[in-house]
Each structure stands twice: as C-alpha cells, then as structure tokens.
Write a protein that binds this ligand. Structure first.
Ligand SMILES: [Zn+2]
Length: 310
C-alpha cells in the first residue's frame, strides 16, 4: 500500500509537475539605466496568491568587485528569485544590501544574500527588529502561503536620521540621503550622482497609492520639495514604473493638494468623513490600491492636522 502511494505520487510528479512544484514567481522586469545600474521592477499590487508577495522594486548597482542590491523583497523566496535574476546580469558576488525602510516588502529578502553587509537607517534597523514577525504574518495572510525560512536580517551598518552621506561602495559614488520622517521614520534614499538617478523607496511610488500607515505627511511634503530641487533625471520608485521629472512634479502636486485640502477642511470645522467628501480625489482614484489605502490615508492626515492645530 505504502509502495503504491509513493508510486502514485512520483507518477503525478512526472505527469503533472505543476501540482507538485510551487508556481513560479512573476518575472523580474530588468531595466538598464547605465552600465552600472539596473532597475529590477516587480509587479504592481498588494501581495496575493498569484504574486506570492512579490510586488516591490529593487535596484542592482554593479561595483568594481561586488554588487550592491537596494531592497530585497518580502520573503526568502523573493530574495532568491532576485538573486537568480542578478546572476544573469553579473557574476560578481553581492557584497552590500541597502534597505530604504523597514517595511517587510523591502527588507525580508535580505536573508537570500548571506555575507553581504546590510546598510539602513538606524531607525529602520530598530523598527524591523520589532515588527518583522508582524510583516511575515501580513505576507503569509495575504498570500495564503507559509514562509518558514523568512527571517529578518538587520543592518550591520546604520546612518542617523536627517543626514546626507556621500560614500563610495565598491568604487561607486553614492549619496545616502536620510530625510526627516516621511513614508516612515527611518527612510533612506540613494542618490547616484553619475547617473542622476534617485532610488526613493516608498517616498515616491508610481501608478500606486502612496501609503501613510507609518508616515508623517507634512514632513513627507518637505522631503518632496527637497527632491524637487535635486539634480535628477529619473527616479526608481519603491513601487511602479520608472518616473521622470515631469511625472514627479505631478506626484508632488497631488500630495500637496491633498494635504492642503485636509487642512482647509479641518479649519472649516469639518469632521474627517466630511473632509473626505470635500476632497477632489480624481487623480488618486486612478491609482492602484486606492480602495485599500485611501480611507486610512485620509484619517491619518486628518489626525496629523488636528494634532498640529491643537
Ligand atoms: Zn513598499
């Protein structure tokens, strides 16, 4: 009986490999920015059964003797998926990882790059340490899958908030730009002066609703104003397609207008649900995850305005 069962399982494996093997992850969309820089774009959307949690952008920077990877995906499997794609571009080892903030979709794939030095803001390190299990729970819930080999790998090199650090890694000049509390309290952007490219993390997302869950919206707007002044041609956003300066200007204006609308509504004495009805959200409605994020975003911004005016 036992032998028959084993025989049956192995016959199934031959005849119907898809039943036995897990479905493959969506392909990484590789966009070459320069000989040294490649955007590794993930699908748009929230984690689900189909994307298996893969819905984030990463960046590969090719150094003299090793590679730098910025953001590594939500799970160990996504990290390995990125690593396999990276091997088709360069056979050099991954020596450095940079995390733009602590959210699981950007950090939990770190484990797929053993031996790499991990760089983040000090606040990102702290927040990942306390919330990693929560993030693993989120991706397991949304995908209906288990990720027993996904564990946080915290930074071994950190930078303080509100700093800009010009560094050279593997012969590549980078600026690590840690703005004041924006998408999270521990954001870190990477500016590449030779390419004039900004890797923004989720401070900038494209065709996707920015999420205010851990944000300070007002100081986020200050960061967007500073980006507007920066010398860049292209942004690799945290989610969605590459963004040019004109598209960034539109994104910046959309967030500015939103906050001003909430502020004006509050000052007229409107409640948060009345403010919601008073806002022109036509541009926001075109974005992915509008229904999932926008209610929370309005509450968050309203609360912030209320506290500022208290
Ligand atoms: Zn994200």
């Amino acid at each position: 009986m036992r032998v028959n069962k084993i025989l049956l399982v192995s016959m199934c494996a031959v005849l119907f490999p898809s039943i036995v093997q897990a479905a493959s992850l969506p392909a990484v969309k590789v966009e070459k920015i320069s000989d040294r820089v490649y955007a590794l774009l993930g699908p748009i959307g929230l984690p689900d059964k189909h994307n298996q949690g893969y819905m984030v952008n990463s960046t590969l920077i090719i150094g003299d003797k090793g590679l730098i990877v910025v953001d590594t995906g939500f799970t160990d499997k996504i990290g390995h998926h990125l690593a396999r794609t990276i091997k088709t571009i360069s056979t050099k080892p991954v020596t450095h990882i940079i995390n733009t903030h602590h959210h699981g979709d950007h950090t939990l794939g770190n484990i797929a790059f053993p031996g790499a030095e991990v760089i983040s803001s000090a606040k990102c390190r702290e927040a990942l340490d306390t919330t990693a299990l929560e993030w693993i729970g989120i991706v397991e819930n949304l995908t209906g899958m288990k990720f027993p080999n996904t564990h946080p790998v915290l930074a071994n090199k950190t930078y303080p908030a509100d700093s800009r650090n010009d560094i050279t890694l593997q012969g590549v000049k980078l600026q690590l730009w840690l703005p004041h509390h924006s998408h999270t309290a521990g954001d870190l952007m990477v500016y590449l002066p030779n390419e004039k490219v900004l890797l923004s993390g989720d401070i900038v997302v494209h065709d996707e609703t920015p999420q205010f869950r851990d944000a300070n919206v007002k100081s986020w707007l200050g960061t967007l104003a500073a980006i507007q002044q920066a010398d860049f041609n292209k942004i690799i956003p945290g989610h969605g397609p590459l963004m040019n300066k004109t598209q960034f200007t539109q994104y910046h204006a959309m967030l500015d207008k939103f906050y001003q609308g909430v502020e004006a509504g509050y000052k007229q004495g409107l409640t948060d649900s009345e403010v919601r009805k008073s806002l022109d959200l036509s541009e926001w409605q075109k974005l992915h995850n509008y229904d999932e994020f926008m209610g929370g975003n309005i509450n968050r911004a309203y609360l912030e305005v209320e506290q500022a005016n208290f």
